[in-house]
Design a protein around this ligand. Structure first.
Ligand SMILES: Cc1cc2nc3c(=O)[nH]c(=O)nc-3n(C[C@H](O)[C@H](O)[C@H](O)COP(=O)(O)OP(=O)(O)OC[C@H]3O[C@@H](n4cnc5c(N)ncnc54)[C@H](O)[C@@H]3O)c2cc1C
Length: 351
């Protein structure tokens, strides 16, 4: 039986727990504040043989209108951040339910560099290793030292070091080989206090010119740039009801790359692209959308495209998941018809 401290609610609408503000109900819903709560929630689901879904800040998530016929475990493990010194390095261990941006701010305020370019990414600390979040030339894999998680195969808490997490571009074992196996309860980050921000992205080097900014200055600059691009959640702004970039940048064969060039009647070197290893080419999903007629501000019923960011599909007010999926499907089939490319959805889909 669940401990008295854990409340399991029924038929809870999931829409308010997502940044898209879309989605039907969870049959059962538990807000988990401690590791003991988490064990109780797992026992509850196992006793009833129902599936579980782990919810952080709901910022990389699309929930269907039917919702989820199982137990949603909302990770709200909060509490204080602990610090430790390892020779010249400093480590912070952060409960997974804390707000990511607040943690970034507190680290930058101390003059410590390493995650300042990841300011303004919504969601929880525990959500960041799942897709190895990254922006403006940084990703969490560079500073994650270890992860504490509940291993659902053994029902024990384990510590995974950085190598065990299998980090790669927008990937980790948590969203690939071991999807659904671990529930992250804390993340330990390691920083070198002697390090200064290293800016590699043009947006930031332009912003600061020749000067060497502090981590806190970079934090504020990144938030300002993200705001201009509609990639910062600001309550009340319509472009904020999104799940960030909705499509991944596709990696294609040289043949497809040349097919795209001939389809738009441009020389290949005028098409935004990057080498992706093994002779393959990464294309900009946003460019493909625009060429297919899905431009900023595009409207399809209650769903649409952000007025500031081509890749962000938005809920214009009362959109259902079906409205959003109609737009997603229209984009995917037009891009496929024009360029023979299957665009892959980035946010996790539930239901
Ligand atoms: C406006 C906007 C801008 C964004 N910008 C970026 C960006 O620049 N770079 C980037 O990489 N991402 C970006 N994102 C995507 C998103 O913010 C990140 O992926 C974020 O880390 C997701 O965390 P979350 O807590 O909201 O996870 P959720 O959306 O709640 O969950 C996402 C996945 O992680 C799993 N999960 C969540 N918490 C845990 C846990 N504690 N243990 C195990 N699994 C867990 C869930 O089961 C689900 O599969 C953006 C999103 C928005 C809305």
């Amino acid at each position: 039986m669940p401990d008295a401290s854990l409340q399991i609610q029924q038929n809870i609408s999931l829409a308010p727990f997502t940044t898209l503000r879309i989605g039907g109900p969870a049959r059962y819903f538990a807000e988990v504040r401690t590791e003991d709560d988490l064990l109780d929630a797992i026992a509850f689901a196992r006793k009833r043989s129902i599936p579980i879904f782990v919810l952080g800040g709901g910022s990389n998530l699309v929930v269907s209108d039917a919702g989820f016929d199982g137990l949603v475990i909302h990770v709200a493990v909060r509490g204080s951040i602990t610090s430790a010194h390892q020779s010249s390095l400093v480590e912070y261990t952060v409960p997974s339910g804390l707000d990511w941006n607040s943690f970034v701010h507190s680290v930058c305020e101390q003059g410590v560099s390493g995650i300042e370019c990841l300011a303004g990414i919504p969601g929880t600390v525990g959500g960041t290793p799942v897709q190895n979040v990254g922006a403006y030339g940084q990703e969490v894999a560079e500073t994650v030292s270890s992860i504490r998680a509940l291993d659902l195969e053994t029902t024990t808490f384990v510590t995974l070091d950085n190598a065990a997490c299998g980090f790669a571009y927008r990937r980790s074992i948590f969203n690939t080989t071991h999807r659904g196996r671990y529930i992250v309860t804390a993340v330990t980050f390691r920083f070198d206090p002697a390090r200064v921000p290293q800016l590699t992205y043009a947006d930031l080097t332009r912003y600061f010119g020749q000067s060497q900014p502090t981590p806190l200055e970079v934090y504020h600059a990144v938030r300002e740039i993200r705001h201009k691009k509609g990639m910062l959640i600001v309550e009340g702004e319509p472009d904020s009801r999104s799940a960030g970039s909705f499509f991944k940048n596709p990696v294609v064969s040289p043949e497809i790359f040349h097919h795209v060039a001939s389809a738009v009647g441009l020389p290949a070197d005028q098409i935004p692209h990057w080498p992706a290893g093994g002779g393959r080419v990464k294309l900009a999903a946003a460019w493909l959308l625009e060429r297919a007629g899905f431009v900023k501000g595009f409207v399809m019923g209650n769903a649409g495209i952000s007025s500031r960011h081509t890749l962000a599909l938005i809920n214009r007010g009362n959109a259902s998941a079906s409205d959003l999926f109609l737009l997603r499907d229209a984009i995917q089939s037009k891009v496929k018809a024009l360029f023979s490319i299957d665009l892959e959805q980035e946010p996790v889909q539930l239901g």
